[in-house]
Design a protein around this ligand. Structure first.
Ligand code: DAH
Length: 347
């Protein structure tokens, strides 16, 4: 019996040492110490021993059981320590490694140009003001000296939102001139960028929604020289000192005299052609129109309660998309609205 116990002890030790998983240990516990286990089977034979032998064998059996139990426990601890170690190592985090880059957005090219234009005019002492896109007909047309029957009011060009044509989506930022003159006393120096709407089909140079920036200056003694000086300065700051500006007579109902302002084409430098072909940027013109401007019409001033004998002023309005296209040599307006990241990433 002694030998049997010792054999169990030896077998158990070997088996326990070889065990690699907690489930194996549990199986070994059942095999050696369980109700139908090997040790239990030996203990069942105790009855056949003589009373003198029994205490010693009992003691030996107990110490074998205790030995196996202790080893089971220490082996279990070791295995779980190993498992923890493995888990820690597999989940190890190197905090010094470079992180996964989160792509950062940036300004849209038109916002870049708009911000530059704002900077330029803020530098000249202008305020930036904001106004409604859904506008009264009277601000968009009548009070800008554009009476009923004027072709600009055509239903084909304008999105009216009421049957009586009293409310519309503004077709220009010029109604902001009226809103500002109503609310401020001269001297006035403002710019007002924003969206405008016209019934245009989308193509390379048209969109039913686009952006304009209006400017208005009212003070005593303002002349066409101030208009020319301010707008020339804007063009040079935006497009570079070397750019050339031209003021060309034009007609707008709310300014008199009126003009359009062109910059000399950046591509052909005014020649109208590049290596014997019509310049693709200015279509052979040699000049690119960038804005409309003029001296505020006395009728418009009067309508806003400003005495045209005391005050004069100039106004201008430019297309922001067009300014952007010129600034970055973009050849299709649609690119500005499509927001294709392959395009946007170039700025
Ligand atoms: N509102 C005009 C347009 O959309 C542009 C314009 C011309 C604005 C002359 C002005 C101006 O302030 O004086 O075509």
């Amino acid at each position: 019996m002694k030998q049997q116990l010792e054999t169990i002890q030896k077998k158990a030790r070997e088996a326990l040492e070889a065990a690699a998983a907690p489930e194996e240990l549990e199986a070994l516990r059942v095999r050696f110490l369980g109700k139908k286990g090997e040790l239990t089977a030996v203990l069942k034979q105790m009855g056949s021993l003589s009373p003198e032998e029994r205490p010693a064998m009992g003691q030996l059996a107990n110490s074998v059981r205790a030995g196996i139990e202790a080893e089971l426990e220490s082996r279990m601890e070791k295995l779980s320590a190993m498992a923890l170690d493995l888990k820690l190592r597999s989940e190890a985090l190197d905090v010094t490694m470079p992180g996964a880059e989160v792509p950062l957005g940036h300004k849209h090219p038109m916002s870049i140009v708009l911000d530059e234009m704002k900077e330029i005019f803020i530098g000249m002492g202008f305020d930036v003001v904001d106004g409604p896109e859904v506008e009264l007909e009277s601000y968009n047309f009548t009070r800008l000296n554009t009476p009923e029957g004027h072709p600009a009011r055509d239903r084909q060009d304008t999105f009216y939102t009421t049957e009586d044509d009293n409310v519309l989506l503004r077709t220009q930022t010029s109604p902001m001139q009226i809103r500002v003159m109503e609310n401020r006393k001269p001297p006035i120096r403002i710019i007002s960028p924003g969206r405008v709407y016209r019934k245009d089909e989308v193509d390379a140079t048209h969109s039913p929604m686009f952006h304009q920036m209006e400017g208005l200056v009212i003070d005593k003694g303002i002349t066409m020289a101030d208009l020319k000086g301010s707008l020339t300065q804007m063009v040079k700051l935006l497009y570079g000192e070397e750019s050339v500006v031209r003021f060309r007579p034009h007609h707008f109902p709310f300014t008199e005299p009126s003009c359009e302002v062109d910059v000399r084409c950046f591509k052909c430098e005014g020649a109208g052609e590049v290596s014997g072909r019509t310049c693709p940027t200015c279509h052979g013109e040699g000049w690119i129109e960038i804005l409309g401007a003029g001296m505020v019409h006395p009728t418009v001033l009067e309508g806003c309660g400003i005495d045209p004998d005391e005050y004069s002023g100039f106004a201008f309005g430019c297309g922001v998309e067009r300014m952007t296209m010129n600034r970055f040599a973009i050849n299709d307006l649609r690119l500005i609205f499509e927001n294709d990241v392959r395009f946007l990433n170039q700025f």
